[in-house]
Design a protein around this ligand. Structure first.
Ligand code: C5P
Length: 310
């Protein structure tokens, strides 16, 4: 995680208190997602491979003298991403901050500024990433020194994808609701070009439309993990899979149309991240990602970006 720390000490002596900390909050992309049975709590058991990407928001946590926790958008946030960003208590950043504070029995405050670049309802887990970055950032800013496992325990109470970002690894197989994270050693440099249609997807709606596969029909995560370990883009392209794709295409015909157009333009298999609506193709290297992005520029979409695993 890209970190900037600033300390302030009394009368020019060695620094004593952290005045602010600035951290990258990365997006994830799913290159494998299989859905298993529905649990009693209404969630489905998942088996998914998440990759941490170079696409990121930046969160700045500033120490304050009051108990208040405030959140604001940086002026230079990406306008479409910022438009749907909640600034009230429904924001996962504030939920994470309050949960951490309750756990640590502290009343310290913070002013949090978000430079938002990751689009919402995109299947890129921007909100979950922000929550994980908040746990990590405030743990440092407030000098709590809680161990990683405690941050994981808090993360699991807040949402599905947060633990992957608390783990802070480039690639992992995630199971349960996504909260059980096993890092994968990935040797390759994997590049993606992603497009989001005008309309996002509602995760509960996508799950509602899903036809669950039988036990024998489930896809196997091992091939994707092997492709990442071998560093082969072609292999990854052949084995990537997302069980939610058909349900999401049924829900969002515009996304479905965009996937067809992406396939015709690039002659590549088009994948969807999470429950969508971001769709992506896999590129062999940085230059090819640039070429594919240029070719996709004409598409009618909300957002287009090239990024890599980082
Ligand atoms: O994880 P998130 O809060 O975005 O999930 C929203 C909804 O999507 C859940 O309430 C549930 O209906 C569905 N879901 C699911 N199984 C998962 C994740 C989400 O059924 N593993």
């Amino acid at each position: 995680m890209n970190t900037q720390l600033h300390t302030e000490g009394a009368s020019g002596r060695a620094a004593e208190t952290l005045s602010f900390i600035q951290l990258r909050s990365p997006a994830k992309i799913n290159v494998f997602l299989e859905v298993h049975e529905k649990r009693d709590d209404g969630f489905h058991e998942l088996e998914t491979v998440m990759l941490r990407t170079s696409l990121h928001d930046v969160l700045r946590f500033e120490a304050t003298t009051s108990e208040e926790l405030t959140i604001q958008l940086a002026d230079h946030s990406e306008s479409a991403a910022a438009a749907t960003f909640p600034l009230d208590d429904s924001n996962l950043i504030l939920k994470a901050a309050y949960a951490l504070r309750d756990h640590a029995h502290t009343r310290q405050g913070a002013a949090i500024t978000v430079n938002k670049r990751i689009p919402a309802e995109a299947g890129l887990a921007g909100g979950s990433s922000n929550a994980a970055t908040t746990l990590i950032g405030l743990n440092s800013l407030w000098g709590l020194n809680l161990p990683g496992q405690t941050l994981h325990d808090i993360a699991a109470t807040l949402g599905s994808d947060i633990n992957f970002f608390v783990e802070d690894c480039p690639a992992a197989v995630c199971t349960g609701r996504g909260e059980r994270v096993v890092p994968i050693q990935s040797t390759g440099s994997f590049h993606f070009v992603a497009v989001q249609p005008a309309c996002g997807n509602s995760t509960p709606e996508v799950f509602r439309r899903l036809s669950l596969p039988g036990v024998d029909e489930r896809s196997n995560v091992c091939d994707t993990a092997t492709a990442l370990q071998s560093g082969s883009t072609d292999q990854l392209q052949n084995v990537s899979f997302n069980r939610l794709t058909q349900a999401a295409r049924d829900l969002n015909p515009e996304m479905s149309k965009l996937m067809r157009a992406m396939n015709q333009t690039t002659n590549r298999t088009v994948f969807m991240s999470g429950s969508g609506s971001t769709c992506f193709v896999i590129a062999r290297n940085h230059r090819e990602a640039g070429r594919l992005k240029a070719r996709l520029q004409h598409l009618d979409c909300r957002w287009l970006a090239a990024f890599k695993v980082e």
